[in-house]
Design a protein around this ligand. Structure first.
Ligand code: TYM
Length: 341
């Protein structure tokens, strides 16, 4: 059986960008393939403090992260759906240490996320931040996962994961790891034309980022729905005066059309057709603002209905499964590298 796997960090409140790029694509695939694939949706909690955080809030954030997976529509009663915390499956860290020695410094240094995050926080560039994509490779390779729903910004890390898997399979002359599908295959599997990248509402040349200090640039999943609607109404667009779906010349307005399509469940081509050539940006903004606030209201209601006991039960089952699969793979790797017989 194929494994479809993804993780979403909760060191900061996830945004509608995360929701569209990862939650929604993952859950669409989960619902489509729950009978014929393992669906692993985990919380990468060890990845939470690659940049500084308030540690007193982390545990509660992780529990909330699990509630978000369930509220987003993951069917936890399906036995093929597994939710777990990375830190509760120690094989992730152990494999990461081994993979470190099969990853070149030069290739890790090329990761653009490392460069961007180092620039954001020059006083706190840790080895953990540098090593983050290799832990991510361990998260994927331990489960022989083939399909990894991700936003566009994470595809470089997927490519690194593929390179490490291919390198180790060649070195040890066996199929130690399943090589995850390429970016092109992933995007086709998700029924998309390309990877998704929701833009900042104040500077549409950049992605919407949960770590941005500019509150107006992002909509978090816990934002007050009315306040979120206001952020959409004041989103930066352009002065061309005519609506066109054109990510290069009109990224702000095109971003709003993408948000509308993804959160309402409409085909993007319908949204484009509805607004193409029109001059009143305000009409589009109003519709998007309504869609976003309704989405947040309903999502937050679902989150509130999930109890901590529900989360504990789901994690207990998910972590038992994950430890079994991950430990078996770790033992195979330990045997290949000569640590055990
Ligand atoms: P993270 O937590 O930064 O982001 C979670 C997911 O959201 C996507 N995303 C976006 N998609 C569209 N538009 C945006 N503006 C946007 N911003 C973020 C990301 O691409 C990602 O899919 N390293 C990962 C977490 C991780 C992981 C893994 C994922 C750790 N191990 C193994 C998959 C498999 C991360 O930091 O994502």
């Amino acid at each position: 059986m194929k494994t479809i796997l993804t993780g979403i960090r909760v060191n900061e409140e996830p945004t509608i960008g995360n929701f569209i790029g990862a939650y929604k694509t993952m859950i669409n695939l989960a619902n489509e393939h729950a009978a014929d694939a393992h669906i692993n949706m985990f919380i990468p909690d060890l990845h939470s403090f690659t940049t500084p955080i308030d540690h007193s809030k982390l545990y509660a954030q992780v529990i909330k992260g699990v509630k978000y997976y369930i509220a987003a529509g993951l069917d936890v009663n399906n036995p093929n759906v597994h939710i777990y915390r990375q830190s509760h499956v120690p094989a992730h860290s152990e494999l990461a240490i081994i993979l470190n020695c099969f990853t070149y410094y030069g290739e890790a240094k090329r990761m653009t996320q490392f460069k961007d995050k180092s620039e954001e926080n020059p006083e706190a560039i840790t080895v953990g931040l540098f090593d983050y994509p290799i832990l991510m490779a361990a998260d994927i390779l331990l489960y022989d996962a083939e399909i990894i729903p991700l936003g566009e910004d994470q595809f470089q890390h997927l490519e690194l994961t593929r390179d490490i898997a291919i390198r180790m399979n060649n070195k040890f002359e066996r199929e130690l790891f399943t090589v995850p599908a390429s970016e092109k295959e992933q995007v086709a599997f998700m029924n998309l034309e390309k990877g998704l990248r929701i833009r900042s509402l104040t500077d549409p040349s950049k992605k919407m980022s949960k770590s941005s200090k500019d509150e107006k640039s992002k909509i978090s999943l816990s934002d007050d729905p009315a306040a979120a609607a206001k952020k959409i109404m004041s989103a930066t667009t352009d002065s061309l005066g005519k609506i066109n779906f054109d990510m290069i010349n009109q990224p702000g307005i095109s971003n709003l059309m993408t948000i509308e399509a993804m959160l309402s469940g409409r085909d993007i081509h319908d949204v484009i057709q509805q607004y193409a050539g029109l001059e009143r940006y305000g009409d589009l903004k109003q519709e998007v603002a309504r869609t976003v606030s309704t989405f947040l209201e309903e999502f937050q209601q679902r989150v509130a209905q999930i109890s901590d006991e529900d989360v504990e039960r789901v994690l207990e089952q998910g972590e038992a499964y994950a430890n079994k699969v991950a430990n078996a793979k770790l033992a195979e790797v330990q045997r290949a590298v000569g640590l055990i017989r």
